[in-house]
Design a protein around this ligand. Sequence first.
Ligand code: FMN
Length: 207
Amino acid sequence: MKRIAIIVSSQNGQTEKIAAGMAEQLRRKGVESDVFNLTKGQQPTKDQVAQYEGFIVGAPIHQGEFPVDILDWAWENGPAMAELPTALFTVSFNAADRRHRARATDDKMLRRFMKETDMRPRFVGTFAGALAYTKYSFFKKSVMQGMAASVGLPTNTMKDFELTNWFDVFEFSEAFQSQNMASKSAAVNRLQWTPEPLWPMSLQQAA
Ligand SMILES: Cc1cc2nc3c(=O)[nH]c(=O)nc-3n(C[C@H](O)[C@H](O)[C@H](O)COP(=O)(O)O)c2cc1C
């Protein structure tokens, strides 16, 4: 793998920041990557897509859903990604919730993305995002504060809080670069958390 694309949707910037962190880590290991934030109108051309040797797709969760732009992109570019190394990661508050049931929600959302797009990533990961209180509107700020309080996250709306575990992000990037599917990192293939059979068997059952 010489050059890959990292495609994300990112409204408040944290998914894009995680993608940039991955790109930096990959560069250190000899893999160049280009980051595209669909929310900013950035898209690889068809010619570019055909030349990349791998893809990482990053999707934040907003109000229990994935943004339509990233779902559409993954669906439309499925054939181009089919035979190449691919990874999918989600970004949410849920990933910062330490309770066991939160891992089941992480898995459910990953499966939902795969089901809705037909993407079959080699690696999956779930990363905690950010509480960007200072960027939210007055209404959103109070909704997010309530949401944060319910899962024990910071509630001081005068500041922003980054919940992302960068060590997890780097481990994920390294596993992707080396295509080490046996990585023991907690950040890699967290889908295995569920007591169900491992994917793809479990994905077929979910379908
Ligand atoms: C309006 C809004 C709704 C959100 N809804 C959820 C949610 O339903 N579940 C969740 O786990 N995180 C939720 N989050 C947390 C986001 O996933 C997190 O803030 C992430 O960093 C957003 O990514 P972005 O900065 O790339 O847009 C929400 C955040 C916002 C601002």
